[in-house]
Design a protein. Sequence first.
Length: 55
Amino acid sequence: MTTDFTATFHGIYIRVEHPRGCELTEQGVTELWRKLAELCEQHPCCKVLSLLVAP
């Protein structure tokens, strides 16, 4: 299992992608929120699209 994710700004929203086999741990969720906060500060955006690849 992995806690890796990608978070990128796409003009009007932030896209978060979780790979196949993703496991959300406390550390992973904390890292995700830090990254989202960073992107929200860089861009005037608060819309988030979260995608999880089905197993």
